[in-house]
Design a protein. Structure first.
Lengths: 468, 351
């Protein structure tokens, strides 16, 4: 009896162990795709493609483009959106493990594309994007998606997100460009306070904020999605600081030199100026997501909303018309080193080709098609986003006056125009979240003064340097 | 502990079987005829025993067959996940690369103070978690116990009252948390109510979840609000099982309402209290749904808890190679849960 039961037990345990082993081998990380992917073409994979995006506002414009692409080539493209951004990242992460990635993915340029590329999920496009293709992009963003020296060095840092990339590799081509640090203002609320035009200086903006708050009360403030702590840092403070103290001193804020970092005199100066906005935040903005902050602005709960060029489409989705809005870049203080600072456009999103795609030729053709001037301009108009191609001398004719005005502030001189995409002066292991959290203690939480905030920010950045 | 009990029981059963066998053997020393008769019986018994044995074997096989899917499922989805997670906790990995980098116990050490980048976050989250683990169970008991006593004594509309107080449990979930978010906004219903009743000075201009001083406390209140119904139900069940004679005797001895509840009912329901406390301690240790949905740790990490930190390290670090850290923190939480379970077992056994 015992022997038989033992046999049964052994058989059961054996079966279980075998099943577990099978499962483990099926799910092991070794099951991922190779770095360069397998070369396969449209003939192997048939004539249909799948493309993923993390922007709902891109779905319809992409579908419109896909219809025309099918007429031209016979290849159909299915567009799927997964939102918000972090859900999209998780979707890609899990699909990579199960081998279910689409042919083409929209990714954050010079970020996710490098992570996915370094992890072997994408096809290296370096020898596939020829000069005729890359020259179709604006010069300022032509190299976005390509691993340069700075990105390669960052990839070598301990704990880097982009480990595995090599210099010269191209993991995406530009798809949309733009910049952060664009302020959207509710025209009606401004008019009610007697403000009729965009401010030229930081001080003028503070004066406007005072007037608008007096006229509109709690609905006259500034909204921004502080649930992501980097927003205040990267969408407002940095643009202002770059102009106020100039590029070299600004880069020094992120160094590990105590005489230049956020705890220095320069740090005190920019933090003191930034803290002037404290009375004007929309009540409760410190706990809102980026989308919630935009929605609050669209609902009239705030007079100003800080975002980027990409915010416009979301505001339109939430019922705002272009006639309701005035836009302007984060203004520079009147004592700034740089006058008339511009904002450099950089690749916000790019298109990447999955290494596991069985339709590589067709996918490349689709990516190239989206980069043609006519298609890109139509996409920009439909999606209210900025394409990486030239829209001529009068971009407002194509994308309308509001987006056109934003494009007008674009500049690409590193001495006078702030480029958020340039991270070469930051430590390789840099992560904006803890730095942004420290800045939030100064404003909007008002739990720390300028000196304590500067010291904390410097301490965090020093930690990143020690890991780089 | 339970294994020891089982072994004792098995020993007792074996001993009983042996003594029954021995007694039967002594009875067989009677007459020869008796012996033959008994031999015949034994043969029939042996045949019958053999048949029973076969039947038992078949039953056992069927039993194993029925539980096999569940065991296989556990091995694939449970045991595999456990061991895979343990493996990952010793690695640096972003969940994408074909290989990972072994780092030994570094992830554990980083979390426990070795990394100036991660350990402050974990410390803050651990402190918040401890506050939740202490305050939520105590507040739940302090509200649910008297509520159950009162509801148990209500004669009219008792069903209606019980249903009303149970509603928070039935409706708890994503929708309720979102509703609470709106209620607690700067221009939400809660601030409006305070202003309406002349308590505007207590209202929160930044919202109850926006103020770093009130955010965690507000979430704790909502957790208690969600936990009270089940606790109340458990207490009501306990109250029903108290022998009326005990209460009658107390009454005859001159114990008043307060004395009866504090000195008789409370100790009699101590076991229930222990279960409620430990269930809520466990929820406080591992649960993070409310924190993810209502604040995601905001403002500036003031409502971050360990469960949310595990989730953040795994999925919210924008593909940084922190899956190992997440897994290591998960295992540290597992050890903490084991300690809680051990205390649970000790306390419930004592009760």
């Amino acid at each position: 009896m015992k022997v038989n039961q033992g046999s049964l037990k052994k058989m059961t345990c054996g079966a279980i162990a075998a099943a577990a082993l099978l499962a483990m081998s099926a799910c092991s990380p070794g099951g991922s795709t190779g770095k360069d992917g397998s070369a396969s073409d449209a003939a192997q994979g048939g004539s249909s493609l799948t493309m993923w995006t993390f922007k709902q506002s891109h779905v319809k414009p992409l579908q419109n483009a896909a219809e025309k692409f099918k007429e031209k080539t016979g290849v159909s493209v299915t567009v799927q959106a997964f939102t918000p951004d972090d859900a999209y990242v998780t979707k890609v992460q899990t699909s990579a493990q199960t081998g279910d990635l689409p042919d083409v993915m929209e990714v954050h340029s010079n970020g996710e594309d490098f992570t996915y590329g370094g992890s072997g999920l994408l096809t290296n496009l370096a020898d596939k994007v020829d000069s005729s293709w890359s020259n179709s992009f604006l010069e300022a963003v032509r190299q976005d998606g390509v691993v340069n020296d700075a990105y390669y060095k960052q990839s070598l840092a301990e704990g880097s997100k982009t480990a595995g990339i090599q210099k010269g590799e191209r993991w995406s081509v530009p798809f949309t460009i733009g910049t952060f640090g664009i302020v959207y203002a509710n025209k009606a609320k401004l008019a009610a306070a007697g403000v009729t035009e965009a401010p030229k200086t930081w001080e003028a903006w503070m004066a406007d904020l005072e007037k608008v708050k007096a006229a509109s009360g709690t609905t006259g403030g500034v909204s921004i999605g502080f649930q992501s702590p980097t927003t205040g840092l990267e969408w407002a403070m940095q643009q202002m600081a770059f102009a106020q103290i100039g590029p070299d001193a600004y880069h020094g804020l992120f160094s590990n030199d105590a005489s230049k970092n956020f705890a220095s005199a320069n740090g005190t100066k920019v933090l003191s100026t930034y803290a002037q906005i404290q009375p004007y935040w929309m009540p409760g903005t410190q706990s809102l997501t980026i989308d919630d902050a935009d929605i609050a602005f669209a609902q009239g709960k705030a007079a100003y909303d800080i975002g980027g060029t990409f915010t416009l489409a979301f505001l339109a989705q939430n019922g705002m018309t272009m006639d309701d809005i005035i836009t302007f870049p984060i203004p520079e203080p009147s004592d700034s080193v740089i006058k008339d600072r511009g904002l450099s456009p950089f690749g916000l999103t790019g298109l990447s080709l999955s290494a596991s795609s069985k339709n590589q030729e067709s996918a490349l053709e689709w990516m190239k098609y989206l980069a043609t001037e006519e298609v890109a301009a139509q996409f920009a108009k439909d999606a209210m986003d900025v394409p990486p191609v030239s829209l001529g001398d009068k971009p407002e004719d194509t994308v309308g006056p509001v987006l056109g005005a934003m494009i007008d502030v674009f500049g690409s001189d590193p001495k006078t125009d702030y480029n958020l995409g340039d991270t070469s002066y930051k430590p390789g292991a840099y992560d904006g979240t803890p730095v942004g959290n420290a800045l939030m203690e100064l404003t909007p939480l008002a739990t720390a003064d300028v000196a304590a905030t500067g010291a904390k920010m410097a301490e965090i950045i020093d930690t990143f340097w020690s890991q780089s | 502990m339970s294994a020891t009990t089982l072994t004792d029981r098995e020993r007792a059963a074996d001993s009983a079987t042996r003594s029954r066998g021995s007694a039967a053997g002594q009875g067989h020393h009677g007459s020869h005829r008796d012996n033959e008769a008994h031999q015949g019986k034994r043969q029939r018994g042996a045949a019958s025993q053999s048949g029973t044995r076969g039947q038992r074997r078949r039953e056992a096989a069927w039993g194993y067959a029925f539980v096999a899917p569940a065991i296989v499922l556990f091995c694939v989805m449970g045991a595999y996940t456990l061991f895979f997670g343990l493996e990952v906790s010793f690695a640096q990995w972003n969940g994408l690369t074909p290989t990972w980098k072994w780092v030994g116990f570094k992830n554990y050490l980083d979390l426990l103070g070795g990394s100036p980048l991660y350990s402050p976050e974990v410390r803050q989250a651990a402190l918040n978690t401890v506050i939740v683990m202490v305050v939520v169970p105590i507040a739940t008991v302090c509200i649910a116990f008297p509520l159950a006593i009162i509801l148990n004594q209500v004669k009219r509309l008792s069903g209606v009252f019980r249903s009303v107080y149970f509603i928070p449990y039935v409706t708890t979930g994503v929708a309720v948390y979102m509703a609470w978010k709106y209620v607690l906004e700067p221009d939400g219903a809660f601030n409006a109510l305070l202003t309406m009743f002349g308590l505007g000075s207590l209202s929160q201009p930044q919202g109850w979840l926006g103020n770093p001083d009130t955010a965690l406390g507000t979430l704790i209140v909502i957790m208690v609000w969600s936990a009270v119904p089940v606790a109340m139900l458990l207490y009501l069940t306990g109250l029903q099982s108290i022998d009326g004679a005990v209460l009658e005797a107390a009454k005859i001895d001159g114990a008043g309402w307060w004395r009866t509840n504090v000195s008789i009912i409370r100790p009699l329901l101590a076991g229930t209290t222990a279960i409620i406390v430990l269930l809520n301690v466990r929820d406080g240790l591992q649960g993070f749904q409310i924190f993810l949905l209502m604040t995601n740790g905001a403002p500036a990490g003031r409502t971050n808890v360990l469960g949310l930190e595990v989730y953040d390290l795994a999925f919210q670090k924008l593909l940084a190679p922190t899956l190992g850290l997440s897994s290591a923190l998960g295992w540290l939480l597992f050890i903490a849960a084991l300690v809680v379970a051990f205390i649970n077992q000790k306390v419930t056994k004592e009760r």
